[in-house]
Design a protein around this ligand. Structure first.
Ligand code: AVJ
Length: 322
């Protein structure tokens, strides 16, 4: 038991958690939401009435995948399809099916931070597209993209859907896109999902569902820290509080400490919370199309086409590496 804890204390997870909780203001990285139970909670969020993002993007992929595929000249060459944060592939499968009709010889590299998710994809996807070549990669986006580049030098189509980019603020998004571009070649393509600015109430509701699943999703990270890093967060002592700023497009989730309290982490560290002190848990940025164009340009991409849902709440942008 002691050994298990000692091992975790050397982990990147431990170091990043400590760095965030020792900062002022405190923060945690939302990429750590996705342990097995976090994956399940996110599935439940996607089924929530208020969480419109998945339905909007699903509509785009269901109704426009043939059009999207025909807009990508790279699919005439030998190519790979890479998906960053593949999740359950329930949206990308529609596009993969269309691409498969054009050329059934490509390899699909789903990348996900969750090992559990990659296992599910490898078990499930071959049943849906028989004879699809799949190579799952469990890890962080850029590290795994580099790995895919080592495995294959073919032309790339990168899928980065779901508004996963929203988990970065504007500077981080630009830095990320530059890094993404530096691991791709001229003529490669990226299909990237952006949740668009809309009635702020609709956005706020999506992160404050009535059943409280989003709250559980946030609190679950404290439970994960308890389990994996031998901590003693009293989860009931924190309240989930989402805010949306319609000017900046930043939707942020906080956990607020309901009382003054101390939490021990690992075997040695104590973190103190004042009453009403916050932990910044997640940012989910909402965009205007002109903002997405700026990000594309700064990253070294040219936005060539936009695919919208019927309400124009969400856009999948097709970017070309220039
Ligand atoms: C998976 C990052 C797109 O930010 O909307 C859902 C995660 N957080 N509800 C988002 C999430 C709270 C989601 N992304």
């Amino acid at each position: 038991m002691q050994f298990a804890t000692a091992t975790k204390v050397n982990s990147v997870f431990y170091k990043e958690v400590m760095k965030g909780l020792q900062s002022s203001p405190k923060y945690l990285d939302s990429k750590y939401f996705y342990d097995d139970y976090g994956d399940e909670l996110f599935q439940q969020i996607m089924n929530c009435e208020e969480y419109y993002l998945t339905n909007c993007e699903m509509e785009i992929l269901k109704t426009q995948s043939a059009k999207i595929a025909s807009s990508i000249p790279a699919l005439k060459d030998n190519f790979d399809v890479i998906e960053l944060g593949a999740g359950d592939c329930s949206k990308s499968i529609h596009l993969l099916k269309q691409i498969f009709k054009i050329d059934n010889n490509f390899t699909f590299f789903p990348i996900d931070i969750s090992a559990h998710v990659i296992k599910l994809i490898l078990a499930d996807l071959p049943k849906k597209i028989k004879e699809l070549h799949i190579h799952g990669l469990n890890g962080e986006y850029i590290a795994m993209l580099k790995k895919a580049n080592e495995i294959s030098t073919k032309r790339k189509l990168v899928l980065f859907m779901g508004s996963n980019i929203g988990n970065m603020d504007n500077d981080e998004a630009i830095a990320f896109c530059k890094e993404l571009r530096s691991n791709l070649n001229e003529g490669d393509y990226v299909l990237i999902g952006f949740d668009l600015k809309k009635d702020p109430q609709i956005i706020w509701n999506a992160y404050n569902d009535k059943k409280g699943i989003t709250s559980e999703f946030n609190l679950n990270l404290l439970r994960r820290i308890n389990k994996e890093l031998n901590a003693d967060f009293e989860v009931e002592n924190f309240k989930h509080f989402p805010v949306y700023n319609p000017e900046s497009g930043e939707c942020k989730s906080y956990l607020v400490s309901k009382c003054a309290q101390q939490v021990s982490i690992g075997d040695t560290e104590i973190i103190s919370f004042e009453e009403n002190e916050t932990i910044d848990m997640e940012i989910s940025t909402k965009y205007s199309i002109s903002q997405t164009n700026k990000i594309a340009k700064s990253g070294g991409f040219k936005a060539v086409e936009y695919f919208y849902d019927s309400k124009h709440w969400f856009a999948d942008a097709l970017w070309k590496c220039v």
